[in-house]
Design a binder for this molecule. Structure first.
Ligand code: SF4
Ligand code: SF4
Length: 414
C-alpha cells in the first residue's frame, strides 16, 4: 500500500485578502475547529507516511489562529511523531505569536506569495493596502530570522518584473536577509478559470533561462524555484517531485474544507467532480485512494504522450504535470502545456554543466564537477543512441562532446 507523504490541507477558504486571480476563493464552508482536525487526522492516519508533511493552505490558514496549529501539532505528533507541518500564507496576520509558532510548530517551513506589479493582490479591494501590509510583515519576518519562500506568478505582461524579484532577493541576501523565490506561470483556475493561458510557454521558458544564467553567474545564497529543483533533478540529487512526478497519485492528496479529497491542491482548485476521489468522512480514505478517479490518474505514470516517451529530458521531467495538461484541455494523459518551457530549461541546464558555466553552482551544491559533467554527458549520449530526441533545441556542448549538437536537430512537437 502506498503511503501519503504530503497532504495539501485547506481548513478554510476564507481569506483576509481578495486577490483578483485567486485560485481557491471562499466557498462558504465553515472553518475547522480543533475537534474537526482531530477527526481528520484520525481518518487519515492509517495511510500517512511516518514522516508525512501537512502543508496548510487556504484560503488563508492563519485565520484559524495560532492556538489551533499549536494544538493540532501537539495532537498529530502525539499520534505520529514524525509528522511535519508547513504553511503557505499571505502573512498579512504575522505577529510575535506567529513568530513563536514558526519555530515551535513549523520549524521555519513557511512560504508566501507576492506579485511585483502589485495590481491583483488586495485587501477590501485596495491593492495599496495589500502591498503596504505585505512589505511591513516581510520586514518583520526577515528580521525575526526566517527564510520564507516567496512565490510570484507572472503573465505575459508582467514577466519582465521577474528580474526585479531576483534583484530584490539578491540585495536582501547580501544584507544577510535571505529568502528564496519561486517564479510561476499564472494559471486559469478559481476566479480566472475561463481566461486561458496567461503567459506563453516560450516567454516563460525564456525568462527562466535568463534567471538561470544570472543565478549560475552570481551563485547567491537564495534559491530560485523551479530552477533549483530542475538543477537537482539533472544532477540526480532529487527524485520525483511535483511537478516532475509522473507517479504523484497516491503519495500526495489535496484535502478541502468540506473534506473532499483530490489528487493534490491543484486538482482541488478545479473542483471538477470527474477528478474528485471522494469525501474523507462519507467514503473513507481507503475508498478515496482506490476510487475510479484515483485509478484513472494513477495511469498517467504509464500513459504518457508519445512525444514524452521519446524526449531526451523525460528522466528529469517525467512528462510534466497532468493537472496542467487538464487545465489546458489536453486531458490527463495529454501533453503538459508548458512542455516547451521545461525542454528549453533542461537543455540549458545540461548545456551549462557540460560547458563548465555551472561549475561554481555545482560546487555550491556539493557536487564533483568532473563527475557531473561525465554523468550528464553520458546520459545525453546514451539517450540519443537509444533514439531519444531533442524536440526543440539540442544541447550545445561546445568542446565536451564535439559532434553532439549536430547529431540531432530540433523536431516538431507532436
Ligand atoms: S498533478 Fe501536477 S500539481 Fe498535482 S501533484 Fe501531480 S505533478 Fe503536482
Ligand atoms: S516532451 Fe516536454 S513534457 Fe514531455 S518529458 Fe519532454 S520536456 Fe517534459
Amino acid at each position: 500500500m502506498r503511503t501519503i507523504s504530503t497532504v495539501i490541507i485547506k481548513p478554510t477558504k476564507g481569506c483576509n485578502a481578495d486577490c483578483s486571480y485567486c485560485c481557491a476563493p471562499p466557498d462558504g464552508a465553515k472553518k475547522w475547529s480543533i475537534a474537526d482536525f482531530r477527526r481528520v487526522f484520525d481518518a487519515l492516519e492509517s495511510r500517512l507516511h511516518p514522516n508525512a508533511t501537512l502543508i496548510w493552505h487556504g484560503g488563508e490558514p492563519m485565520l484559524l489562529g495560532a492556538a489551533f496549529y499549536k494544538e493540532a501539532h501537539t495532537y498529530a505528533t502525539s499520534r505520529h511523531p514524525g509528522v511535519r507541518f508547513s504553511m503557505q500564507s499571505n502573512m498579512l496576520a504575522y505577529n510575535d505569536r506567529w513568530n513563536e509558532l514558526f519555530k515551535e510548530v513549523f520549524n521555519g517551513s513557511v512560504s508566501t506569495s507576492w506579485d511585483p506589479d502589485e495590481l491583483c493582490r488586495s485587501v477590501n479591494g485596495r491593492t495599496d493596502v495589500y502591498g503596504r501590509v505585505y512589505r511591513d510583515k516581510m520586514k518583520k519576518i526577515l528580521s525575526d530570522g526566517w527564510r520564507p519562500k516567496v512565490i510570484s506568478t507572472f503573465t505575459e505582461d508582467t514577466i519582465h518584473l521577474a528580474h526585479n524579484v531576483y534583484d530584490q532577493a539578491l540585495t536582501e541576501s547580501r544584507l544577510g536577509r535571505v529568502y528564496d523565490i519561486r517564479i510561476n506561470y499564472r494559471y486559469p483556475a478559481g476566479r480566472v478559470s475561463l481566461t486561458g493561458p496567461a503567459i506563453e510557454p516560450s516567454t516563460y521558458g525564456r525568462m527562466l533561462i535568463e534567471l538561470y544564467d544570472r543565478w549560475i553567474s552570481d551563485t547567491p545564497d537564495f534559491l530560485i524555484t523551479p530552477l533549483d529543483q530542475m538543477f537537482l533533478k539533472v544532477t540526480g540529487r532529487e527524485m520525483a517531485r511535483c511537478p516532475w512526478a509522473k507517479g504523484c497519485t497516491g503519495s500526495i492528496i489535496g484535502l478541502e474544507p468540506n473534506y473532499d479529497i483530490y489528487n493534490c491542491g491543484e486538482f482541488a482548485d478545479l473542483a471538477d467532480p470527474e477528478f474528485r476521489f471522494g469525501n474523507l468522512f462519507d467514503d473513507g480514505i481507503e475508498a478515496c485512494m482506490t476510487s475510479t478517479a484515483a485509478r484513472k490518474l494513477t495511469l498517467r505514470r504509464i500513459r504518457q504522450p508519445k512525444s514524452c516517451q521519446s524526449c531526451i529530458h523525460f528522466t528529469e521531467c517525467e512528462g510534466g504535470c497532468m493537472r496542467d495538461a487538464v487545465i489546458f484541455d489536453r486531458g490527463i494523459y495529454g501533453k503538459f502545456f508548458y512542455c516547451e518551457s521545461w525542454q528549453d530549461v533542461f537543455s540549458r541546464i545540461k548545456e551549462s554543466i557540460i560547458t563548465g558555466e555551472a561549475d561554481t553552482a555545482l560546487k555550491k551544491f556539493g557536487h564533483d564537477v568532473d563527475e557531473m559533467k561525465d554523468i550528464v554527458g553520458n546520459h545525453l549520449r546514451s539517450g540519443l543512441a537509444s533514439g531519444l530526441t531533442h524536440m526543440r533545441r539540442p544541447v550545445l556542448t561546445s568542446g565536451y562532446i564535439p559532434s553532439f549538437a549536430t547529431l540531432h536537430g530540433p523536431v516538431d512537437l507532436v
